[in-house]
Ligand binder design. Structure first.
Ligand SMILES: [Zn+2]
Length: 406
């Protein structure tokens, strides 16, 4: 029985119990030894990536211990948490956007001066005059006014419309079919307010499709969760590390590709040729990048710069649609506003790629930034900041197109 000798005085049950205890003890000891943090020079080849991070490595930990190490301090703890928090931020933003950004654009959700600037108020005026012919015997103006207010509360907030004394206008222009009968009748009032609503309706556009925006949010959540899982689990085994790194690269490619969707779609929705051209190009580039990253040598430390160049090159190709947008819409405030956000996002991603490739600051003081402050953590924070900036730009695009359509 496993090399443990049975003494002659010992019963069979006692012996088996002793064997079990010994085995459990060994197992516990093995776990303890296995799950200690080790130095860079003791690492197996597949875990050697950054020689400036000297210690606090997990190496070939059992899967359960690797997962639970999310609550322990080692040199990947902050790498896991920076992107896990980023993931939850984007999950929240997705739910918030799905619930808050309206299905139908109503006057409440819009910035009113914007609506007025774009609304054809003369058309409303003319519409009211022609559609609601004069009705001289309106008896209960106040009740009618209240009813209108509950039906169209925003009308009171529209300075130009209230400036026309809309109720007075309506009282002069009610439909002929109401010329006889009880004008304060609830049904009559409801039908009048419906008619007013129908008049205003053409000014309230159907919101523009959200799929490019949600594609970006999905890409961001995929990238952040894949990265977080990769940092948590890669220490388990060479095979899992290989798989997780591919998932991580695929996540980065997905984030970059889907980041193009909102700006390209909403900028060029009225230019289907360019819209399809740019979206097709970036999707293809994303797929090629994922395929290239499947080549085993791609993860070698000496290809770190190549990876940084490939991913940032992919991101930088975004300059073409952005410049194109500015050429077409240079007079449009939203185009300038979103381009500002895009420049800020480029600065975040650019700085991220730079620290990723140069491994600053740990190269200046090897071993001093093992737990906190090393380049990869800074890179993670900059990625979340860049993606959040892009989210803000996306909201500007949505409002622009909701208001203006194509
Ligand atoms: Zn990472």
């Amino acid at each position: 029985m496993g090399g443990i000798p049975q003494t002659s005085a010992e019963s069979k049950e006692k012996f088996e119990e002793r064997v079990l205890i010994t085995k459990q003890g060994k197992k516990r000891l093995w776990k303890k030894v296995k799950c200690q943090l080790i130095e860079y020079h003791s690492l197996p080849g597949f875990l050697r990536d950054n020689e400036f991070i000297r210690g606090h490595y997990r190496s070939e930990w059992p899967l359960k211990q690797a997962i639970l190490s999310i609550f322990e301090i080692h040199n990947e703890t902050f790498n896991v948490w920076t992107h896990l928090i980023g993931f939850f931020l984007f999950l929240f933003l997705t739910i918030y956007t799905a619930m808050k950004v309206p299905k139908v654009v109503d006057l409440h959700s819009l910035y009113l001066p914007d609506v007025l600037r774009r609304a054809d108020l003369h058309k409303v005026h003319a519409g009211l005059l022609t559609c609601l012919p004069s009705l001289p015997n309106m008896s209960d103006l106040n009740k009618f006014r209240q009813d209108l207010k509950t039906s169209l509360p925003s009308m009171e907030m529209l300075p130009s419309l209230s400036g026309w004394h809309i109720v007075e206008l309506l009282s002069n222009c009610l439909p002929e079919r109401f010329a006889s009968g009880n004008y304060t009748d609830v049904c009559v009032l409801r039908s009048v307010t419906d008619e007013v609503a129908n008049l205003i309706a053409p000014l309230m556009r159907r919101p523009i499709t959200r799929w490019p925006f949600f594609a970006f949010l999905g890409g961001a959540m995929f990238c952040l969760s894949a990265s977080s899982a990769c940092h948590l689990l890669s220490c388990h085994s060479e095979r899992l590390s290989y798989i997780m790194l591919r998932v991580d690269y695929a996540g980065i490619a997905a984030l970059i590709s889907t980041s193009f969707y909102p700006p390209v779609y909403y900028s060029f929705m009225c230019y289907p040729f360019f819209c399809k051209l740019y979206l097709g190009f970036i999707t293809l580039l994303g797929i090629i990048t994922i395929l290239v990253s499947l080549i085993p040598i791609f993860q070698q430390p000496e290809f770190r710069t190549l990876r940084a160049v490939l991913f940032s090159g992919m991101a930088m190709s975004g300059i073409f649609p952005i410049l194109h947008k500015l050429v077409i819409f240079w007079h449009q405030p939203e185009a300038i506003h979103t381009a500002g956000y895009e420049m800020l996002m480029g600065a975040f991603y650019g700085m991220g790629a730079l620290v990723y490739a140069t491994r600053v600051p740990e190269r200046w003081m090897p071993g001093k930034f093992d737990i906190a402050g090393h380049s990869h953590q800074l890179f993670h924070i900059l990625v979340v900041a860049g993606a959040y900036t892009h989210y803000r730009a996306g909201l500007v695009y949505l409002r622009w197109r909701d208001l203006e359509g194509c």
